[in-house]
Design a protein around this ligand. Sequence first.
Ligand SMILES: Cc1cc2nc3c(=O)[nH]c(=O)nc-3n(C[C@H](O)[C@H](O)[C@H](O)COP(=O)(O)O)c2cc1C
Length: 353
Amino acid sequence: MRESAQAHRKDEHLSLGVNLWRQQNFLTPGASYEDVRWLPVVFPEMAVSDTDVSVDLFNHHFDWPFYIEAMTGGSELTGRINSQLAEVARTTNLAMAVGSQSIALKEPDLASTFKVARKQHPDGFLIANLGADHPIENVRAAVDMIDANAIEMHVNVAQELVMAEGDREFFWLDNLANVIAKSPVPVIIKEVGFGMSQSAIKTIQQLNPAAINIGGANGTNFAIIERRRNRQAETLNIDQFGLSTVESLISAQIMQNQYPIIATGGIQSANDVITSLMLGATLVSSAGFMLKTLMDDGQSALVQQIEGWQSALPRLLTLLGAQSNQELAEKQRLYSPSLQNFITQQKASPENR
Ligand SMILES: Cc1cc2nc3c(=O)[nH]c(=O)nc-3n(C[C@H](O)[C@H](O)[C@H](O)COP(=O)(O)O)c2cc1C
């Protein structure tokens, strides 16, 4: 198959993204998951069998509080990966998002590289994905393409600005308001990995989305990926830009956000899932870490890894004396001095809101 420049970009994102994870090269700004410690409960007075880690959201019952986040589709190679990820999602009963379907709207031959996810996971909760500038007609087409249960509209100003061929104009709010009002499925507004401040969350709340994915800078770093793709000298270096996932979650808490929050960015263990839930996330998702396992160790290794998380979650809840994910939010935790400093500054600055 002869591939377009956009399809080639998909393959480059894949190989550079996996390489970042192999090298553990994230240059994470701000607080990470290690900056949040759990306090021992000692007397949980409950059994592991008392726990319930399921989540009700979007009028759907999710058996697990985490899912496979948006990455692939749009080229022959990434179509194969969508197929494998969807098979893993079906085996482990997880939800899954596909990568941006914009390319398949321009090149309809490539729709099959996304549709394969529905083929492999016929009864699964699948999430469509498009950029924030796509009009409602495209949203309907992307949802139809995979018979999606929800759609993520991704916001990625930082990524576009580093990309040589990226957008330079960002007028998204009116379009997003229209999409949210008219979409046939719940709309999630999603950052691709630079996090969200209190004021960004406040702006999104005014659009009334079904959920906000704060997509923090803690894992896959598109500033580095795009800089490596961009061989021109005048590229931007914003490798250390953004709020981490932990900082973004805490920002939502400080402003007493009531919209469902999804945590993405650097999730690589059941412990990270627990900390995210503790910091107010309703759902958690993981992209690059799962992709690396799939690419390096294969499909059954990824299934095993996910099953490991699924077996750990009820035990971790018990460790913390919580019967449900919601109860985790009330559990005591210790913040590192640098994270405590972030919280103090954020609480003290009304202009942040
Ligand atoms: C290879 C690759 C491709 C991605 N493509 C998309 C995409 O098309 N749309 C999107 O919203 N996010 C995309 N992402 C971002 C992820 O969904 C996620 O927000 C980000 O990688 C942070 O999570 P992580 O640290 O677990 O990887 C991609 C990530 C990777 C690694």
